[in-house]
Design a binder for this molecule. Structure first.
Ligand code: DC
Length: 218
C-alpha cells in the first residue's frame, strides 16, 4: 500500500513549497494538482474558449491530453505532449483555472489521473479537494491556510522576482475572488476535511510547517 499525504488550502497558503519540501524529506513524489488544472486552462485559452461558455469548456477539454512526468525530482506537466511548466504560472492562466476547474468533465478527467498516481506511489499531493475527494483515505491530511494579506504579499514577491509587473491590491482582490469561487462552488469546493489538521502558516517559517507535517506521519 502506498502512503499518501494530502495537503489542501487556498491559493498562496504555501502548499506547493511545503509539499515539495515534505516530499523531498520523506522521499515521496510531489503531485501538484493545481498545475494540471492550469494546463487545462492554458489549453482552453489557446483554443479561445470563453470563460462563461460551460458547454464549450466541456467540449474542448475532451481534446486535452494532460499527463505528468518527473525530471530530476521536478514535476513536468505535459499538455498534448508539450512541457508547459513555464507557461502556466501567469495570473491569466490561474484565473481561467479557477473558472474552469469546477466543470465536472474537467474534474473527472484530472481526478482519475490523480487517484491512479497515488494508488501506486507514495505521494504528497496538494490541491483543493485532495483530502475530501481525491484521496479520502489519505494517511495524513493537512489544511494549510494563511491570511489574505500574507498570501497576497507572497504572491507579489513571487511575481516581481520573475520580473512581472503587478499590483498588490489587485492581487489581494484576485485572491479573495478566487477563494470565494473555490469555496462556494457546487462541485468539490475547497473545504477542510473533517479529519484534516489545520495549520495556519501566516506566522510560521517553511521549516516549521514542514516539520509539523512530518511529525504527523510518525
Ligand atoms: O493551486 P493553484 O493556484 O495552482 O490552482 C489553480 C486553480 O485550480 C485553483 O483556482 C483551483 C483549481 N484547483 C482545483 O480545483 N482542484 C485542485 N485539486 C487543485 C486546483
Amino acid at each position: 500500500m502506498s502512503y499518501n499525504i494530502a495537503i489542501d488550502g487556498p491559493a498562496g497558503a504555501g502548499k506547493s513549497t511545503i509539499a515539495k519540501l515534505v516530499a523531498k524529506r520523506m522521499n515521496f513524489i510531489y503531485v501538484d494538482t493545481g498545475a494540471m488544472y492550469r494546463a487545462m486552462a492554458l489549453y482552453l485559452l489557446r483554443e479561445g474558449v470563453n470563460k462563461e461558455d460551460t458547454g464549450k469548456i466541456e467540449e474542448v477539454c475532451e481534446k486535452a491530453d494532460i499527463s505528468i512526468s518527473y525530471k530530476e525530482g521536478e514535476q513536468i506537466v505535459l499538455l498534448n505532449g508539450e512541457n508547459v511548466n513555464g507557461l502556466i504560472r501567469t495570473e491569466e492562466v490561474g484565473n481561467m483555472a479557477s473558472v474552469s476547474s469546477p466543470n465536472p468533465k474537467v474534474r473527472e478527467k484530472l481526478v482519475q489521473l490523480q487517484k491512479e498516481l497515488a494508488k501506486k506511489t507514495d505521494v504528497v499531493m496538494d490541491g483543493r479537494d485532495i483530502g475530501t475527494c481525491v484521496l479520502p483515505d489519505a494517511n495524513v491530511k493537512v489544511y494549510l491556510t494563511a491570511s489574505v494579506e500574507v498570501r497576497a504579499a507572497r504572491r507579489f514577491k513571487e511575481l516581481t522576482a520573475k520580473g512581472e509587473t503587478c499590483d498588490l491590491n489587485q492581487i489581494e482582490r484576485d485572491i479573495m475572488e478566487r477563494d470565494e469561487r473555490d469555496m462556494t462552488r457546487e462541485i468539490s469546493p475547497l473545504k477542510q476535511a473533517e479529519d484534516a489538521v489545520r495549520i495556519d502558516s501566516s506566522e510560521l517559517t517553511i521549516e516549521e510547517v514542514a516539520e509539523a507535517i512530518i511529525a504527523l506521519c510518525k
